[in-house]
Design a protein around this ligand. Structure first.
Ligand code: 3AT
Ligand code: MG
Length: 358
């Protein structure tokens, strides 16, 4: 009976893995979409250079880390290579005016936000049926580095890592509405960190190595590895890594997805634990992120630290700080629902449809 059970599971896992690949492939951006986005980036860079000749406009987030879905927004970061530069909020105001005058974008400058940005969008048109949405920020070097870190993880095991991440993004976004930090749930960035944490620190043997804890090939200086006091070093020679390291974990994508949902619905210690891709499972207590009983009712650390995910570089920053009590309840509920659906081993295609039902 046990053997029959195992073989049934194998059959389900093979079928589900195939269904996951097929599902994800049709959601990838087209060549055309990527070309349009690159054109937009170049156009914006040209315009910004009329204000700051020494500036560069770089992509980060999903357009740059390999986890992009069709029609995802564009995250752009402007770096200015001169010593006397305007403040980010002045840049936002000036650039906002310029883009308003010179382009067809809908422009919304937010010079006083915690991170000042210019929000841009283009309404749908025949050539761009879904329009475009784009945020431009300034000097956000940590975001460029964390984008590169996630990209390196994606490159180590493209098939398994990208399929898992892309599926979870669609699942959390389009279908289950648990991907909106403004409404108390988790950002895409947060979900990607949950996947990587799971693949490095939960799976045994691990699917991914810990790039931030590997010994460097040659001595490196403090200033080469730190941005604003944060250690941003990680092993980034992925070609070499592939020659020297191979995961002995042979789980299929489907096995990993099933385990992922099981782990986050049953095993992760939400009340006391912090998921850290750099350091493994940490304690809220040791980071000063515990649920305090005192404090005002709103916006206190109790609300901020319901769910704790440590940023890979800004280690005093909780990436999940926007998640509210209700949001976490909703997210955990969805993990449990997914786990339950997959445990019944329905037909794979139907299972994915059911998981992502709106
Ligand atoms: P989408 O395709 O836009 O859903 P994404 O990968 O672009 O996914 P986000 O839009 O959530 O992810 O984030 C874009 C980048 O912004 C990722 C990261 O470099 C930075 N970022 C976002 N949220 C945070 C955060 N809470 N802390 C630090 N960096 C963040
Ligand atoms: Mg984005």
């Amino acid at each position: 009976a046990q053997r029959r059970h195992a073989s049934k599971h194998r059959f389900f896992a093979v079928e589900l893995s195939q269904a996951l690949f097929d599902f994800v492939i049709q959601l990838l951006p087209t060549q055309e979409e990527m070309a349009v986005k690159e054109d937009v980036r170049k156009l914006l860079e040209r315009l910004i250079r009329t204000i700051e000749p020494d500036s560069r406009l770089l992509s980060f987030g999903s357009t740059a880390n390999g986890f992009s879905l069709r029609n995802s927004d564009m995250d752009l970061c402007c770096l200015i290579d001169s010593d006397e530069r305007l403040s980010a909020s002045d840049m936002v105001t000036m650039l906002g005016d310029l883009l308003e005058r010179e382009t067809k974008f809908n422009v919304k400058p937010l010079p006083h936000a915690r991170i000042p940005i210019v929000k841009l969008s283009l309404d749908p048109s025949p050539g761009l049926p879904l329009g475009i949405a784009c945020d431009i920020g300034f000097e956000n070097r940590l975001a460029l580095e964390n984008t590169r870190l996630l990209m390196c993880y994606a490159m180590i095991d493209p098939t398994r890592v990208r399929t898992l991440v892309l599926f979870l993004k669609v699942w959390s976004k389009r279908s289950r509405s648990i991907n909106s930090p403004y409404q108390g749930t988790l950002s895409s960035y947060g979900y990607v960190l949950l996947v990587i944490y799971f693949l490095i620190h939960v799976k045994n043997p691990p699917v991914l190595p810990n790039l931030q804890q590997m010994p460097p090939l040659r001595p490196i200086s403090q200033e080469d590895t730190h941005i604003g006091g944060h250690n941003t070093w990680f092993f980034d020679d992925i070609e070499l890594l592939r020659q020297r390291w191979q995961s002995s974990n042979t789980d299929s994508v489907a096995d990993l997805l099933i385990d992922f949902f099981r782990y986050y619905s049953r095993d992760f210690t939400y009340n006391t634990g912090v998921a850290s891709i750099r350091g493994g499972l940490l304690k809220k207590e040791s980071k000063g992120w515990q649920n305090e009983l005192s404090g005002s009712r709103y916006n206190d650390s109790r609300e901020r630290n319901r769910f704790c995910i440590e940023d890979p570089f800004e280690i005093d920053f909780n990436v999940a700080r926007c998640v509210t009590k209700e949001g976490l309840y909703q997210i955990r509920g969805e993990f449990m629902r997914a786990s339950r659906i997959l445990a019944m081993r329905p037909r794979a295609v139907a299972a994915l449809a059911q998981l992502c039902e709106e």
